[in-house]
Design a protein around this ligand. Structure first.
Ligand code: FUB
Ligand code: ZN
Length: 668
């Protein structure tokens, strides 16, 4: 039986017999978790008060809103650069909706409604919504093609725009219960479902996200056509098998679009990294909702490939600038690392879904690594300056043209700032998850939550000073004594595991083990898939304390990462560290971190909004009178990677040589 018929049968039988398949684990909704956290609450607040207003303001001042005005009037000339510029409005609307859900704001709501009214006017009568064509269908954007959808596989982004519209509409509906944006999205989705399908127009969308968006609309409406179309788009991949690993133009081949092999045959993360992350997240959704094991097997293999061979030590992915794509296995150069912020965001969505599928803490270990490092490095402490690329090193002697050493308020292609605007307010939704009477604690963020377990309301309160230290306190207050299994993630980094693969290792083993007390008494616990499982009857005022050994760790890379041979990086808890010129005598490319260096940590409240710094005295290579090379001991300070580039421009390093091994003499 061919693959297509088999998956259709699975799908149809699930529909006929009304099976309600889904993730067996469900995340506790972000609206149920009220943050009190010193690390995350200010970030969410600055996102609400600075990032979201600044994004809306930029959407206005750059002409993105004007594009909708012109589309509504069907006159004028598309006035921004990219056909996907509409999505900056959708993503900001999504972030603003998440924010409204926990922080009512009638002015913001009214502004959102005015944008939605405009979007509705820009929508064509049959549901089509794409300002780059509607403004003047006789002269659409150069990437759009003469007819609707004809360039969808390449660069039109018509379905990408739809996907972000659906994501925004789902968030807005859930936050406000209003249907104004949802109705626009449903009308568009109905059009998409009527145009695309097995016996209709066939395409693998040129930039994934419509699949995830359709799944969200399916969850809201129960309309199986949305899920079927999401699955159809996934199943359509694999028509351009021209992937040549060795070609410098490989990004132009099917692999760039994850379209060189059917998804079920893909084993390696490939092509444009943001596209890939959204595809894998959607595959997880569709696998969960249909029970299609072949899809599940594919993303399991691809995940292993990323974690074993394609992820930077600070959690970024998408190493190669040319094509904004994954490199080959172990191709993780430092000096040209691209690491688009959106790629980290799409991987966060994917890793959360992998956890919901499998209930294994390793996915949250990776998610946490991304979130606390290569993802939030994308936004400056001011909430309005951003990185599109996230560098691994900045050297005065070499600056690649594509890589940023300073942040910008906006970009011509401004996908990353608006993606951050939507991701950050949803973070409380990543803290807890539930499967029947199992309560998973994934992230350690101060908060109060009311969670229903065995039909009993259980208040869970977290108190800690994470990520600066790892003495974690959980107050468990069921209304009535209730038995359930509390599963507290014991991060890999607290078990001498730098990443769930051999790509990075801790050089120094820490002997201390995580310790858990209940109501002051030490307990024995067993680890289940990376979680300490505490199954008991919980009573009001029960207190769980978890002590994770949070030492300064020296991280070394697999020898296949040629760029990191003989080098070391620094980690403490979930945070990766870097050194900036400013704290290190004006330079970082001359610093050596020999084995045996004694590091101390110190919380510095007046630096970078308060950070734990790592201090040491280390040798640095210097040159005297342009002829004598010598090393000299000097003070060394490292800061969390996410906080770099908030104090101006200069050198920055993550990986440091452990010793001098030859010197290059450069003639100028
Ligand atoms: O193509 C839309 C977005 O623009 C992508 O996700 C980013 O990588 C940028 O190319
Ligand atoms: Zn981006």
């Amino acid at each position: 039986m061919n693959k297509y018929i088999l998956s259709l049968l699975i799908f149809v039988s699930a529909t006929l017999f009304g099976q309600q398949k889904d993730y067996s684990i469900q995340a506790v909704n972000f609206t149920q978790v009220k943050l009190t956290d010193n690390f995350w609450l200010p970030r969410i607040e600055i996102n609400r008060t600075v990032t979201i207003p600044a994004s809306f303001e930029r959407c206005e001042s750059t002409g993105r809103v004007k594009n909708f005005v012109m589309a509504a009037e069907a006159k004028g000339k598309f006035c921004t650069t990219y056909p996907f510029d509409d999505t900056d409005i959708y993503k900001t609307l999504e972030g603003a909706s998440f924010s409204l859900a926990v922080h009512p704001d009638s002015r913001l709501e009214a502004y959102i409604d005015s944008l939605i009214t405009l979007i509705a006017k820009a929508q064509e009568p049959d549901g089509y919504l794409y300002t780059a064509r509607t403004i003047n269908p006789a002269a659409p954007h150069a990437w759009a093609g003469k007819e609707r959808w004809e360039k969808e596989r390449e660069l039109s982004h018509e379905l990408y725009n739809s996907g972000h519209l659906y994501e925004a509409a789902a968030a807005h509906f859930q936050a406000t219960k209003k249907r104004n944006l949802l109705n626009i999205a449903l009308k568009n989705a109905d059009l998409v479902c009527s145009v695309f399908g097995p016996n209709k127009r066939r395409v693998a969308p040129g930039h994934e996200i419509v699949e995830m968006g359709l799944v969200k609309l399916y969850r809201i409406t129960g309309k199986r056509e949305y899920l079927a179309t999401a699955k159809f788009f996934i199943d359509e991949r694999g028509r351009y098998p021209d992937y040549d690993h060795t070609s410098t133009d490989s990004w132009k081949s099917g692999a760039y679009w994850q379209d060189d092999k059917p998804v079920t045959k893909q084993t390696e993360a490939e092509g444009h990294a943001v596209r890939a992350g959204y595809l894998y997240a959607a595959v997880a959704d569709v696998a969960a909702l249909t029970g299609d094991d072949s899809l599940l097997k594919a993303i399991d293999q691809i995940w292993t490939n990323v974690v074993e061979k394609k992820i930077y030590v600070q959690g970024s992915v998408g190493a190669i600038g040319d094509g904004e794509r994954y490199g080959n296995n172990y191709e993780l150069p430092n000096s040209t690392a691209y690491n688009e912020t959106c790629a980290a965001i799409s991987n966060m969505y994917w890793n959360q879904r992998m956890f919901l599928l499998h209930g294994d803490a390793k996915y949250i270990d990776v998610l946490e690594k991304m979130l606390y490092n290569g993802l939030i490095s994308g936004v400056g402490l001011d909430g309005k300056s951003f990185f599109y690329t996230n560098a691994m090193e900045i050297k005065n002697s070499f600056q690649h043209k594509d890589l940023e050493a300073t942040r910008s308020g906006w970009f011509e292609c401004s996908c990353c700032p608006t993606n951050l605007a939507r991701l950050i307010p949803s973070i409380p939704g990543y803290i807890y998850a539930q499967k029947e009477d199992n309560l998973y604690v994934n992230l350690f963020i101060n908060s109060h939550s009311d969670i229903l377990i065995r039909n009993q309301k259980v208040e869970v309160v977290q108190q800690n000073n994470y990520p600066w230290d790892a003495a974690l306190v959980f107050h468990i207050n069921p209304v009535k004594a209730t038995s359930f299994n509390l599963l507290v993630r014991i991060p890999g980094w607290a078990q001498n595991i730098a990443i769930p693969s051999s790509l990075y290792l801790f050089q120094n083993e820490v002997m201390a083990k995580p310790v858990i007390k209940i109501n002051g008494q030490l307990i024995d616990y067993s680890l289940q898939n990376g979680y300490a499982a505490i199954n008991r009857t919980w009573n009001r005022k029960d207190v769980v304390e978890v002590f994770l050994p949070m030492e300064i760790r020296r991280v070394v890379a697999n020898e296949k990462l040629k760029d990191n041979l003989g080098k070391v990086a620094l980690q403490r808890g979930p945070l990766m560290y870097c050194a900036e010129w400013m704290d290190n005598h004006g330079k970082t490319s001359n610093i050596i971190l020999p084995r045996g260096t004694n590091f101390t940590s110190e919380f510095t409240s007046d630096l970078l909004n308060g950070v734990m710094v790592l201090n040491a005295v280390v040798p640095a290579v210097n040159i005297q009178n342009n002829e004598n090379v010598f090393t000299q001991k000097q003070t060394f300070r490292a800061i969390p990677y996410y906080s770099w580039a908030n104090r101006g421009k200069g050198e920055m390093m993550v990986w440091f040589p452990e010793q001098i091994k030859g010197i290059d003499l450069l003639a100028k």
